[in-house]
Ligand binder design. Structure first.
Ligand SMILES: C[S@@+](CC[C@H](N)C(=O)[O-])C[C@H]1O[C@@H](n2cnc3c(N)ncnc32)[C@H](O)[C@@H]1O
Length: 255
């Protein structure tokens, strides 16, 4: 895990050192092609628990009505929708690397799914964020960092655009601490999820990548250390469903 934290860029499917372009091209291909099926894909890949984890994420998110929120890897807008519903901040900037994902989010806006909360969309690579230093109160990110080959660089970018004292709230698949639960979960990931996911959506490749990338991703402590290495402080996390998912909250130091 420590080795991974020091590595400049990784293959997000294996955790091994690799040029960033390899993972970036794969992620663009996967999310570009599943964008319209993504919400169904998400419900399957999180065993339907996604909504519960999202509610937990919202409870942990220190968002106030006067806040500007940046949603990183916002995809089809699920997290931004939950933020709008739970917290009604001043503004949400929903961003993602893949335009096709954001098109679905924009269609949700057209349907009024974000209520009265002002929201804008922008194609942004989290590893090189085109916004000013100290400009956001809270950053949300669900299932994003695992897909980024330059994780430390991405976290440093998030730190840069957060205001001092601002928070990063990160929901991600993680590692169940209980050995038996972990073994069952990894069996499910390896053998059942690509089969079941392929059956429901007609394409198992995204599910195979998902299963591999989850197994290769740092555990709760490893991700916490990576956040600290990027410069965050007060890093805490809470496990969901026995550690299958975790929500990390980390702060940008005040000075
Ligand atoms: C599993 S989806 C999560 C979407 C959304 N946060 C949700 O909870 O439904 C992962 C998203 O990360 C995006 N992504 C991957 N690499 C990224 C990067 N370097 N910068 C920004 N977004 C990225 C993908 O395009 C995809 O939309």
């Amino acid at each position: 895990m420590l080795e991974q934290a020091r590595t400049y860029s990784v293959d997000t499917a294996t955790g091994e050192a690799a040029p960033a372009e390899l993972s970036t091209a794969r992620v663009k291909e996967i999310f570009g092609s599943i964008a319209r099926k993504y919400e169904r894909f998400n419900a399957i890949s999180s065993f339907g628990a996604y909504k519960r984890w999202l509610r937990g994420m919202m409870q942990q998110a220190p968002i106030e009505p006067e806040h500007d929120v940046l949603d990183i890897a916002g995809g089809t807008g699920d997290v931004s929708r939950a933020v709008a519903e739970a917290h009604q901040p001043r503004h949400i900037q929903c961003t993602d690397l893949v335009p096709a994902m954001l098109e679905v989010a924009e269609a949700h806006k057209a349907h009024g799914d974000f209520g009265d909360v002002p929201i804008d969309f922008d194609v942004v690579d989290a590893q090189s964020i085109p916004y000013s230093d100290n400009s956001y109160d809270v950053i949300t990110m669900a299932y994003g960092i695992r897909n980024m080959p330059e994780r430390l660089k991405a976290l440093r970018e998030m730190l840069r655009v957060l205001k001092p004292g601002g928070s990063l709230v990160c929901l991600e698949f993680s590692t169940p601490p209980n050995r038996l639960w972990r073994a069952l979960y990894h069996f499910y990931l390896r053998h059942l999820i690509p089969f079941w996911g392929g059956l429901v959506t007609g394409d198992s490749s995204g599910f195979m990548y998902l299963a591999k990338s989850i197994r290769a991703f740092p555990d709760q402590e490893g991700l916490g250390r990576l956040m600290e290495e990027a410069g965050f402080c007060n890093v805490t996390w809470k496990n969901y469903t026995g550690g299958i998912a975790a929500v990390h909250v980390a702060q940008k130091p005040l000075d």
